[in-house]
Design a protein around this ligand. Structure first.
Ligand code: APR
Length: 312
C-alpha cells in the first residue's frame, strides 16, 4: 500500500508538533504548508524533522511548502491556520482574523484535496469548522473539529491528579462548544467504571470543572500563546482513528442535523471515527443539568456563528 499523505495546513506551533508526532508514529508522508511569508519556516521544520528520520529509521518524506499543489491528493488535512490567543483574549475574539483565513484554506482545500478527511483546529473552533464545511460543501462525514478530545484530556488529567490515580484508568468526556461553557459530563466520567461522583466530593468536582473550562486560558496565561502539545496529540488520535479505521468513540465537533435537538451548527458530541470519517453521531442520555449546560453552550456557539453568517 502506498504511504498515506498528511497535509498540515499551518506550520506554526501546533503544525510543527503535529508533524513531529506524524513522523514519530510513521503515519505517512507529511506536507507542512504555510503562507509564502512563512514558507521558509515550513521548509526548515520539514528538513529538521526529515533529518530526525535518519535516527528513527522512518522512511516518510516531510516537505515544507507554500504551494497548495504540493498538498494535492492528501488523504487527511489538519488545519491550524490562523492566529492563536494572547493573554486576556477569548477564542471568540479571534473570529474576525481567522474567518478570512479559514475561507482561503477552504477554497484551496476544495480545489486541491476534495476527497480528504479534514480535522479543523483553528479557533473559534465550532465556528471555523462550520465555515469550512459551508464553504467547501463537503459532507459532515468528511469535516470534523478537534476540541472535545483535548478538553476531555485536560479534564481527565485534573481528575487523575486529584485522586492520585493512573491516567490510564480515567474516562472523561467533555461535550458542547469549545468555549468557557463547555460541558464536562460527570455522569459518564469514571475511574475504570467507578462513577467519579463516588470518588470526589461535589465541591472539588466543581473546581476541577472550572479549571477544565479555563484550561486553554491557563496555558495562554503562562506562555503568552496557546497550547500545542496536547492539541496536537488530540488531533493525532483522531487522525489515527481515521487512517487505521479504529471506529473510536471520541468527543468531537460534528455537524448536527437534529441530534440532541440542535441543527445547522457544529458542537462537541460523541462520534465514531473510522475509515469513513465521522461514521456516526452517538446520542447518549444526559441528565437535566447536563442538558441545560449543553443548551447554554449551544447558545454561545450560535452567537459566534451568527457573526460568521452575517459576514458571508
Ligand atoms: N494558510 C495557511 N496557513 C496560514 C494561513 C493561511 N491562509 N494564515 C495563517 N497561517 C499560518 C500562520 O502563518 C502560522 O504559521 O498558521 C500558523 C499558525 O501557527 P501559530 O501562530 O503558531 O498558532 P498555533 O499555536 O499553531 O495555533 C493555530 O489553532 O488552537 C488554535 O487558537 C489556535 O487558532 C489557533 C490555531
Amino acid at each position: 500500500m502506498a504511504r498515506r499523505k498528511i497535509g498540515l495546513i499551518g506550520a506554526g506551533n501546533i503544525g510543527g508538533e503535529l508533524a513531529n508526532l506524524a513522523v514519530a508514529k510513521q503515519l505517512g508522508d507529511v506536507v507542512l504548508f504555510d503562507i509564502p511569508q512563512k514558507e521558509n519556516l515550513a521548509k526548515g521544520k520539514a528538513l529538521d524533522l526529515e533529518q530526525s528520520t535518519a535516527l528513527s529509521g522512518c522512511d516518510a518524506r516531510v516537505t515544507g511548502t507554500s504551494n497548495w499543489a504540493d498538498v494535492a491528493g492528501a488523504d487527511i488535512l489538519i488545519i491550524t491556520a490562523g492566529i492563536p490567543r494572547k493573554p486576556g483574549q477569548s477564542r471568540d475574539d479571534l473570529v474576525a482574523t481567522n474567518l478570512p483565513i479559514i475561507r482561503d484554506v477552504a477554497d484551496n482545500a476544495k480545489k486541491h484535496c476534495p476527497d480528504a478527511f479534514v480535522i479543523v483546529i483553528s479557533n473559534p473552533l465550532d465556528a471555523m469548522v462550520y465555515e469550512f464545511k459551508r464553504r467547501t460543501g463537503a459532507s459532515r462525514q468528511k469535516v470534523v473539529g478537534m476540541a472535545g478530545v483535548l478538553d476531555s484530556a485536560r479534564f481527565a488529567l485534573f481528575l487523575a491528579r486529584e485522586l492520585n490515580a493512573s491516567i490510564k484508568d480515567v474516562r472523561a468526556m467533555v461535550l458542547g462548544g469549545h468555549g468557557d461553557d463547555m460541558v464536562p459530563v460527570l455522569s459518564y466520567c469514571t475511574v475504570n467504571g467507578v462513577p467519579i461522583r463516588q470518588l470526589i466530593s461535589k465541591d472539588k468536582l466543581a473546581s476541577i470543572i472550572d479549571r477544565t473550562r479555563k484550561g486553554g486560558g491557563e496555558i495562554v496565561g503562562l506562555m503568552g500563546t496557546s497550547a500545542y502539545y496536547a492539541p496536537a496529540s488530540s488531533s493525532i488520535a483522531m487522525a489515527e482513528a481515521f487512517l487505521f479505521d479504529q471506529k473510536r468513540l471520541l468527543p468531537c465537533a460534528a455537524y448536527l442535523e437534529g441530534e440532541y435537538g440542535y441543527k445547522d451548527l457544529y458542537m462537541g458530541v460523541p462520534v465514531v471515527i473510522g475509515a469513513g470519517g465521522v461514521e456516526k453521531i452517538v446520542e447518549i442520555e444526559l441528565d437535566d443539568e447536563e442538558k441545560a449546560m449543553l443548551k447554554k453552550s449551544a447558545g454561545s456557539v450560535q452567537q459566534v456563528l451568527d457573526v460568521v453568517k452575517k459576514s458571508t
